[in-house]
Design a protein around this ligand. Structure first.
Ligand code: V55
Ligand code: FE
Length: 484
């Protein structure tokens, strides 16, 4: 006999947060407004967390939960929607046991003894497509390979032995012009280790560069940014203490007195040439972009002047008040030799989940796409920040409704920067269902050019990727970046 499935009465699992528990297959979403732009063909993959079974705990957090991969397949003037669980070891063990076996977020010491030694990876954070392969990613485990058509899980993947770290980031950068893959792993030799490794893979998944170095503390390194010569690793003081974890405590603790450290790592060089910078305490989950300008490197990120994860307490057990994120530019001067970080706020509207026209990742760029938080009712808007004018072009789905992270799709492989569409999942919260809207990326304020109705809820997705039709079959992006 097994226990009935009962989720706790927490906000996390109520309303929009109710676990979906179901996989979905809809061949031909209803088009309720506009027209699907001609030439918009390919697949939008997105990944989020659901909850397969209750954990039996009261300290679940929204970044935990079993991965669900979603596909919006644009082809021949229609859009299909498919969602499937990622069949991780964790998922399979729980399905077999018909109950939750894994405890607190990333804390293996709180798991059921029957799953000792089983990988905890949930594959719940993002999707990556490189060299013809699709993956679901979570930063505490290796990538999980997924069939791009059926979304069946094909297994954990270490790139034929090339990934020697225990894990791989959920925020890799695939350069759609060179077809290179830039990625990293942090706590790369296991929980609480200070090891970090940066990888560059070529278009055929061949290892081009691998740089191992040590972080100043066992940080949470959720994202990084790249330029053509340097890659930027920010270390914020959300720190893992193995003794705390072993006692069943939180995986990270917030250290309000620790500085921010930033490592600039040569993209094609070695650890000997790393440059270090320091600044006052702050934190961030997500980077918009980075680029070089003379002797300077600029990093644009959604910065919290405090703890970006207020559900992680201080070592003294104090919870800090939530602070809003603002788009901020960190500048590092490689000639100054003072290790100082210059900081400047770029936009006074709070925003998160920054994206760009990915052909311009690592290069001077103009357009940044963000989720904007302007109203108190929990609703949000999708925005385009214009770095050239400082202006914000935005579209809001309406009172109470919210948007998920945007995906930019260039109109053609060689279209100018920002000329194309934004694909945005919309949470129709009051209706408990979703839409997928297509916007003209140069004129968000004009409203959607197409709205596809889902009869179901896309509960939450964190991140995703667009794979053009040709790339699905050739494994290559072969986009064009215009000369600056
Ligand atoms: C983040 C998200 C995660 C995670 C750690 O946004 C950090 C930051 C979705 O999972 O595990
Ligand atoms: Fe993220």
């Amino acid at each position: 006999m097994v226990e009935p499935v009962r989720f706790p009465e927490s906000e996390l699992y109520q309303g929009w947060g109710e676990p979906m528990l179901t996989e979905c297959e809809i061949r031909g979403l209803e088009l309720i407004q506009g027209e699907i732009p001609a030439g918009l063909e390919g697949a939008l993959y997105r990944v989020g967390a659901d909850r397969q079974y209750p954990s039996g705990r009261t300290d679940d957090i929204f970044i935990d939960g079993e991965g669900m991969i979603h596909m919006f397949r644009f082809k021949d003037n229609q859009v299909d929607y498919v969602s499937r669980w990622v069949h991780t070891e964790r998922f399979k063990r729980q399905r077999a046991a018909r109950r939750g076996l894994f405890g607190r977020y990333r804390n293996r010491y709180t798991n059921d003894p029957s799953v000792a030694g089983v990988h905890m990876g949930t594959a719940n954070t993002s999707a990556m497509f490189h060299a013809g392969r699709l993956y679901a990613l979570k930063e505490d485990d290796l990538p999980h390979r997924i069939d791009p058509e059926s979304l069946a899980t094909l297994g954990r993947d270490d790139f034929d032995g090339a990934l020697r770290s225990t894990c791989f980031t959920a925020h890799p950068k695939v350069d759609p012009v060179t077809d290179e893959l830039l990625g990293f792993a942090y706590q790369a030799k296991g929980d609480a280790t200070r090891d970090i490794v940066f990888y560059v893979f070529g278009p055929d998944r061949e290892l081009v560069n691998e740089v191992w170095f040590e972080m100043p503390y066992a940080a949470c390194v959720h994202d990084f940014a790249v330029t053509d010569e340097w890659v930027v690793f920010p270390f914020f003081p959300l720190i893992t203490d193995l003794d705390v974890v072993k006692r069943g405590g939180p995986y990270y603790q917030w250290h309000p007195d620790e500085p921010v450290h930033v490592a600039l790592v040569p993209r094609y060089g070695s650890a000997a040439d790393i440059r270090w910078f320091r600044g006052p305490t702050a934190s961030a989950g997500h980077m918009m972009n980075a680029f070089r300008e003379g002797s300077q490197v600029h990093l644009d990120l959604c910065l919290y002047e405090g703890n970006c994860f207020p559900f992680f307490e201080t070592p003294q057990g104090e919870f800090t008040d939530p602070v809003p994120p603002f788009l901020t530019r960190f500048t590092f001067d490689l000639d100054a030799n003072d290790g100082r970080i210059e900081k400047r706020r770029l936009l006074d509207v709070s925003c998160e989940m920054p994206r760009t026209d990915d052909r311009y990742q690592g290069h001077p760029y103009r357009h940044g796409f963000i989720i904007c938080y302007r109203s108190a009712d929990g609703s949000s808007a999708i925005g385009r920040f214009d770095h050239a004018t400082g202006e914000l072009d935005a579209w809001a789905p309406g009172p109470g409704d919210s948007v998920q992270e945007a995906q930019f799709v260039p109109r053609t492989p060689d279209a100018p920067e920002g000329d194309g569409w934004l694909l945005v999942p919309v949470s129709r919260v009051s209706k408990m269902r979703s839409d997928l809207v297509v916007l003209d990326a140069r004129n968000l304020g004009a409203g959607p050019v197409a709205t596809l109705k889902l009869p179901v809820r896309v509960r939450s997705t964190f991140h995703g990727t667009w794979v053009p039709e040709a790339t699905l079959s050739t494994g290559r992006y072969q986009y064009v970046r215009r000369r600056e």
